[in-house]
Design a protein around this ligand. Sequence first.
Ligand SMILES: Cc1ncc(COP(=O)(O)O)c(C=O)c1O
Length: 457
Amino acid sequence: MAFRTIIEPFRIKSVEALRFTDEPTRRRALAEAGGNVFLLRGDDVLIDLLTDSGTGAMSATQWGALMQGDESYAGSRSFYRFQAVVQDLTGFRHVIPTHQGRAAERILFESVLTAGDVVPNNNHFDTTRANVEVEGAEARDLVIAEGRVPSLVHPFKGNIDLDALERTLMADGDRVPLVMATVTNNSGGGQPVSLENLRGVRALCDRFDKPLFLDACRFAENAWFIKQREAGQADQTPKAIAQAMFALADGCTMSAKKDGLANIGGFLALNDDAWADKARTLLILTEGFPTYGGLAGYDLEAIARGLEEVVEEPYLRYRIRSAEYLADKLVEAGVPILRPAGGHAIYIDARALLPHIPPLEYPGIALVNALYITGGVRAVEIGTVMFGRGSDGAESPAAMDLVRLALPRRVYTQSHIDYVAEVVIEVASQREALRGYRIVSAPTALRHFTAKFEQLT
Ligand SMILES: Cc1ncc(COP(=O)(O)O)c(C=O)c1O
């Protein structure tokens, strides 16, 4: 029998109390945090949508698996179980555990890049870009044009522009050691990449003899979008679709804090023996022995189980529907958002919502802070504060001023989401009263994390 209501596909066995605060308390907390929600204490936040990374709830089976953790320094049973699950999913020969995604990136890029190289991708995530650039290489974003227009609805806004990739490989091919594709495309709004597009990328990689790596953090969400939106895929299981995605690649970097359904962890997996040797040598320097790589045996168990749970259909149906549900409410209320909804987050177009606040007065920060003060909801600015300062220190508006509401996995229920929608709609109804900000102090790099702000009068 088909009922319309999609319920959370779990019941709750253990709860964590939320701490309610009143508006004066939140104003005080934000003032103490220098107007930057990154500097708030978690206890002062009611609904925390800062990130979906490492913030998910583990299942009873995962908690149970922790007790199975084998903490042998070398040859841990938990590693072999982890390796078997990753190999079943990805088909890659070498599986190298790391403490999180960026460690896999650092080890891969340090192993294979030299100064002057170019790494094409749809959109590099900020740690991916930083780890490419620290090697003196260029991180080149080649997402399709539709992926750069927030209001435009397209089923696969994360696709790579194949003509642009071909041009890059023809002009700079001798400087491209590998091609990457981020699934889903976080920096581009959590948007998926189609199998057809990955096949096109693979064909170009074959023609120019380049390996293809996936940044696979949200591979399962991407697989679900393919099942829903790509012709001929509706009858495939999410796991089979994920396997088809990985089969087109030669390796992947992975943050298990997303679709590993774990609170920490990651891995690098690849086929090339020589690259794997180099990576393992670097791994031992900073992460650990190749059978634990910076993780406890129990972490490996939790990730192994998480990778199995994350491709279950009831989970993915609920997961993607939760984001759409919030998006539908906001669109209905006339709040401008990036469309369609991403897999893991909703992105509000703060520049469109607050046209009276110029980009250099940070409309994203104005909105983030109003959401916190009004309802205790913590979001994150993805705009001019994050991307607006050039390497010469000069300020210019970022391409977009977005505010991301990221949904932790299996943590909040529908009524929490209803509450969030109510808070956003309330703030939007008072948009004219919102004021911009100026930066009082900021570090020279990654300023969004620790900058201090003052509201303009
Ligand atoms: C697409 C993408 N790649 C890489 C990373 C880095 O992963 P980690 O935070 O585990 O280092 C993230 C984290 O948010 C991400 O979203």
